[in-house]
Design a protein around this ligand. Structure first.
Ligand code: MN
Length: 319
């Protein structure tokens, strides 16, 4: 583990923020229990889950706070409450929110979009960076850590995620810490698996780099399995002879590559038709867990031929 990796407390906050953003109450409950055991106070978690509404909406925030409340009740309401925020600063929310936004980012924020819709600029400044960021019982670095974890768990928010990675670094998060937050956010997605993770895929481990998990779903007429890859995990180059294979991507981010062709990035909802006799590999991206359903297209005399591994040199070229 690198020197500047996340502490146990930071990991629990990233996990809780990510599960809250995904609306996964089961995962959130586990992350909260782990965090409370690691010494995070109830009020610290409240702050993270209140802040969640600015990034994920009131419904996700309310459901997450309800999970925290129920978890606390089950634990007998014995966990330390921790400090509440101090009094609000002097001036209006818009005034100190503008100051907060400027010092968080390192320079004043303006742009065409904010001229186009000035109300959103005012709400961002007065409400998010004013009312919420002025609550000082958790520091800004922790708020940014949670924000990065939330944005990395949502779809279509890459531009905001990239901005907040910069803001997080401006507030002292290291490259390694940011990478770990992104990894945590990838993992919370893969654990929210519809068909179950199954058990460690030991039978085929020698044809994989990294750890994968196999959940057989059916063998009635057609073989269908759910396969989960940890980050960086991929199978060796291989060929499905006689019958091809169909991959249905369930969660996370991954790759599929045919011999002699560029690798293709995969996201949930993607369908890959792999013809018989085509040499290929599939697996996770370096920073994300990845799950696909694999359908073996039935064919007389079907068999798999396992070939050489996908080397780190080839794999590391992928983003
Ligand atoms: Mn295959």
């Amino acid at each position: 583990m690198a020197d500047n990796a996340l502490t146990a407390r930071q990991k629990s906050i990233a996990e809780a923020a990510s599960y809250a953003a995904r609306g996964d109450q089961t995962g959130l409950k586990q992350a909260l229990i782990q965090g409370l055991d690691a010494g995070i106070t109830v009020n610290e978690f409240k702050e993270i889950l209140i802040q969640a509404y600015a990034y994920c909406g009131f419904p996700h925030s309310l459901n997450a706070l309800n999970t925290l409340m129920q978890t606390e009740e089950k634990r007998g309401n014995k966990d330390p409450q921790g400090p509440l925020p101090g009094p609000k600063p002097e001036g209006t929310s818009l005034e100190y929110g503008t100051q907060n936004q400027t010092s968080l980012i390192g320079s004043p924020v303006s742009g065409k979009l904010y001229e186009f819709a000035p109300a959103i600029d005012e709400y961002l400044k007065s409400h998010l960076f004013g009312d919420i960021f002025a609550r000082n019982n958790i520091d800004w670095q922790t708020r940014e850590l949670a924000t990065i974890a939330m944005l990395a768990s949502l779809d279509g928010t890459e531009s905001q995620l990239n901005s907040h990675i910069q803001i997080g670094k401006h507030n002292g998060l290291t490259d390694n810490q940011v990478a770990e937050i992104l990894q945590i956010a990838g993992r919370t997605g893969a654990q929210n698996v519809l068909f179950g993770k199954g058990s460690e895929n030991t039978a085929f481990a020698r044809y994989f780099i990294g750890t994968s998990y196999l959940q057989p779903l059916t063998q009635q007429g057609v073989g269908i399995s759910n396969v989960t890859f940890e980050p960086k995990c991929r199978n060796n180059w291989h060929i499905h002879h006689k019958g091809g294979q169909i991959l249905l991507v369930v969660s996370g981010r991954g790759w599929y590559q045919e011999w002699g062709k560029p690798a293709q990035e995969l996201h949930p909802g993607d369908v890959v038709n792999i013809p018989a006799e085509v040499k290929h590999w599939h697996g996770a991206a370096k920073d994300s867990w990845f799950t696909h359903i694999a359908v073996a297209v039935p064919a007389e005399g079907f068999f798999n031929e396992w070939l050489e591994a996908v080397t780190d040199e080839e794999y590391n070229k992928l983003k």
